[in-house]
Structure formats: structure tokens, C-alpha cells
Design a protein. Structure first.
Length: 351
């Protein structure tokens, strides 16, 4: 008769392999429970994996568009705010100009000049508004300050130098010369007409503006772009600068009453055109805001549809996964107990 020796090593190895397999499966299930998708999508979906990759790419593109749309919305809002400040300043300046009708008091004229200068400062600050390190009204030259400060004193601004030179060239004397009292309404009207030609022509971008005529465009969907700002070369801004400069430079001079009225009437007319032009730019940007909002509605709908498609392909039943984890935990606990008991088996305990 032959005695056979049975070792408990094979039993221990079997338990160890079972525990390792259960731990690996539990790790995958825990990951799937958290993410809501298969831990190894490629292994589960096979050839369909390429479709899910395409869906993920489309989702990323749409999410990226939504992010840029948020910046575009903020840019448009900042532009609207700055344009609103310009419009308010233009209306306030118009009220000052209208109130000057028939006034000859030097003190009141000096006060009006100061008020118009303040309006010009407000206009300049609003025109140089920046957002996220970019100037809103510089067109595509967004890294360059678009509007030069006319009231700069040291050194005098290009626009101020150009105005003084144009006045001297037209009348033959400077603004401080007593001869200004001899300027007739017709002469002043001719001078103002020549200034308008200068402001509305290429001299504007030499003396006043560093902006590009081409406005910033922002893509809001796969097939649509919108204008996301305006620039300081717009007619409304040119007319505003012209009207403010006329009032600030000429109304307080020693002009005759009729000539001063010519200046005042022209300045009021230009401020009216400025308000109309600036509000027109606000309307354009308002249309862009509406298009961005509509684009976001469409993007949200597409993201929902694609997300549902991805979930249908990659998603798991989280309740089933949680139940399986509970089962595995019970199995592991039992396996640990059995392994501990097997390791304690020894003939020495029975001798």
C-alpha cells in the first residue's frame, strides 16, 4: 500500500488567483460606476469604437464653440456698455450746445467749453476700452490703442496740431488773435465744411485713429460668424469727435453772435449724426448678441443629442455595476477567510 501526500499549496494558489481576478474586476466596476461608461470601450464596442471617437470629437468642438461664445458675449456686452457711454456723452454735449443758443457771457461759454472737453474725455476713454487685453474698437488691430487723445498737452496731439494748422491756413491768423471777431458766418461755414472733409477722409486715420476698418469677427457655430465689435473709424465716432472739437475750440472765441450760432448749429447737427451713428453700431452689435444666443440654443440641442448617442453606446447600468461590486466584496471577504484558514492547516496541529 502506498501513501499519497496532499499539499495545500494548490489550494492557496487557486484562492490567490481568484482574489486577484475579483480585485481587478472590482477596480473596473468602480471606475465604470464613477464615469458611467465602460472602462475599456474598445474591448466592448469593437468596430463601433470609431463612431464613438467621432462623436466625442464633435462634442469637443461644440463645447469649444460654447466656450468661445461665452467670451464673445462678454466682448459684445463690454462694447455695448462703452457705446452706451459714448451715446450718453453725445446727448449731454448736445444739451450743452442747445443751451448755449443766444448766450454771450464769457463765463458761461468757458463753462460750456469745459463741459464739452469733459464729454470729449469720456468719449476718448470709452473708445479706448479694452477687454481681456484687447482693445474693443481697434478692429483687427486689437493690440493697438485705437483712439488718440485730442486733449493731450505734452506733446500736443496730432489732431490738435492739425486743427490749429487748418484754422491758421484758412483764416490767416490763430484762434487767440483778436481778428477772430471779424470772421463771418460764411467764412466759418466754409472752414467747418473743410474740417468735415478732413474728418471723413484719410486724415482721420492720420490724426485721430489707429484702428483698422475691418471689424473683429467671431465664429459662433460651425457655419456662422458674427461681428463682435466695431471700430473708431465708424462715421458716428467721426461726427462725434468733429462736433465736440468745434464746440470745444470755437464757441468760447471772441466770435460775433451770428458766427457763433453757425458754429453751434453745425456742432449740434454733427452731434445728432453722432448719436444716430453710434446707436446704429449698437443695433448691429445687438443683432450679433441675438445670433450668439440663438447659436448657443442650437449648440445645446446638438450637445444633448450627441451626448445621448454616446451614452447609449458607451454607457453602463450603474445599478447593476453597484450590485456586482457588492457581490464581489462578499466573495473577496469569503476568499480572504478561506485563505487564512488554509494557511493555518498543518499536520503538526494533529500530532
Amino acid at each position: 500500500m502506498k501513501a499519497s501526500f496532499v499539499s495545500n499549496m494548490s489550494l492557496q494558489n487557486t484562492m490567490r488567483l481568484t482574489v486577484a481576478k475579483a480585485q481587478k474586476e472590482m477596480q473596473q466596476l468602480q471606475e465604470e460606476t464613477v464615469t458611467g461608461r465602460h472602462a475599456d470601450v474598445g474591448a466592448v464596442l469593437g468596430a463601433k469604437t470609431a463612431r464613438t471617437l467621432n462623436l466625442h470629437r464633435d462634442l469637443q468642438r461644440m463645447e469649444s464653440l460654447k466656450s468661445t461664445n461665452a467670451l464673445t458675449t462678454q466682448r459684445l456686452a463690454a462694447s455695448q456698455e462703452a457705446l452706451g457711454q459714448m451715446s450718453t456723452a453725445a446727448n449731454d454735449a448736445m444739451e450743452v450746445l442747445i443751451a448755449l443758443s443766444g448766450i454771450t457771457s464769457a463765463d458761461q461759454l468757458d463753462l460750456a467749453k469745459q463741459n464739452l472737453g469733459n464729454a470729449l474725455s469720456t468719449f476718448t476713454a470709452a473708445a479706448n476700452t479694452s477687454f481681456s487685453g484687447e482693445y474693443l474698437f481697434a478692429g483687427i488691430n486689437s493690440d493697438v490703442m485705437p483712439f488718440k487723445d485730442y486733449l493731450q498737452e505734452t506733446p500736443p496731439s496730432d489732431a490738435k496740431v492739425a486743427f490749429d494748422a487748418a484754422f491758421s491756413a484758412h483764416f490767416g491768423f490763430t484762434q487767440t488773435d483778436p481778428a477772430v471777431s471779424s470772421i463771418t458766418p460764411d467764412e466759418m461755414q466754409d472752414f467747418i465744411a473743410s474740417l468735415e472733409t478732413s474728418f471723413m477722409g484719410p486724415d482721420w486715420q492720420t490724426d485721430w485713429s489707429n484702428a483698422s476698418d475691418e471689424n473683429m469677427q467671431s465664429r459662433v457655430s460651425a457655419a456662422e460668424t458674427v461681428q463682435s465689435s466695431t471700430n473708431t473709424n465708424a462715421d458716428g465716432m467721426r461726427y462725434m469727435a468733429l462736433g465736440l472739437v468745434l464746440g470745444q475750440e470755437l464757441l468760447a472765441l471772441g466770435l460775433s453772435e451770428r458766427t457763433r450760432k453757425t458754429v453751434s448749429d453745425s456742432a449740434i447737427d454733427y452731434m445728432g449724426k453722432a448719436v444716430s451713428g453710434i446707436d446704429g453700431e449698437r443695433s448691429k452689435l445687438g443683432i450679433s448678441e441675438a445670433r450668439v444666443t440663438q447659436a448657443n440654443v442650437s449648440l445645446n440641442a446638438q450637445i444633448t443629442i450627441l451626448g445621448t448617442s454616446v451614452k447609449d453606446m458607451e454607457g453602463i447600468d450603474t445599478y447593476e455595476a453597484a450590485t456586482r461590486i457588492t457581490t464581489l466584496e462578499s466573495q473577496l471577504s469569503l476568499a480572504y477567510t478561506l485563505t487564512s484558514r488554509i494557511q493555518k492547516l498543518s499536520l503538526l496541529n494533529y500530532l
